[in-house]
Design a binder for this molecule. Structure first.
Ligand SMILES: Cc1cc2nc3c(=O)[nH]c(=O)nc-3n(C[C@H](O)[C@H](O)[C@H](O)COP(=O)(O)O)c2cc1C
Length: 184
């Protein structure tokens, strides 16, 4: 059982990092394997909307923009469950989360029920570190992404500076519950 926790902030000790650590901790409580992937440490560029808007993502379900995406794409398809943690930027996902999820969606949404994420549970976490504005719009786009790749919404969790302590407990508990549910 393999859980991938994606985090997408440049800060290694901020709110996003704390949320990702809580998710890893919760997932490990069941005895499975869980690991954080810091998207900001990878080279994952923007979708280039190749050719007439669709490149190899449409029929081959692979992205033709070569960078760290390909290895991570393969890893995603092998995993059993996911936690996606983003800081809220302008009420949206951070740029690194958006670049990765956009390209993954193009490759996997086009596979229908063969999607590498089909039916697999996802916890989405939106961490708003300033005004607290924009968590719902951010989670709403994350929810849509989960639907497009045909994964399963296990939970959608908003976090801000003042809810931090009890939301970290909630993230840990949700990750534990998710992994427990899919444990063979
Ligand atoms: C470009 C940018 C836009 C941001 N927009 C918002 C926002 O819409 N709402 C909010 O509460 N915080 C906003 N923030 C603050 C981030 O959400 C905050 O830095 C993050 O949750 C915590 O950052 P960390 O996880 O990197 O520590 C923004 C930060 C940046 C850099």
């Amino acid at each position: 059982m393999n859980v991938v926790v994606f985090s997408s902030s440049p800060n290694k000790d901020g709110l996003t990092a704390a949320c990702a650590a809580a998710a890893v901790e919760g997932a490990l409580l069941t005895g499975g394997h869980a690991e954080e992937v810091r998207l900001n440490d990878l080279q994952i560029g923007l979708c280039q909307a190749c050719d007439n808007g669709w490149g190899t993502c449409l029929k081959e379900h692979e992205c033709q923009v070569e960078d760290d995406f390909q290895a991570l794409h393969a890893r995603v398809c092998q995993a059993d469950a996911y936690v996606l943690v983003t800081p809220v930027y302008w009420g949206e996902m951070s740029e690194s989360a958006k670049a990765f999820t956009d390209r993954l969606r193009r490759c996997e949404a086009t596979r229908g029920r063969e999607s590498g994420l089909f039916g697999k549970p996802v916890i989405a976490v939106a961490a708003a570190g300033d005004s607290g504005n924009g968590v719902i719009t951010c989670l709403s786009s994350m929810e849509r992404w989960i639907e497009h790749v045909q994964a399963r919404k296990f939970d959608l969790i908003p976090v801000n500076r003042w809810s931090r302590e009890y939301k970290l407990v909630a993230i840990r508990t949700a990750a534990q519950a998710m992994t427990q549910e899919i444990m063979p």
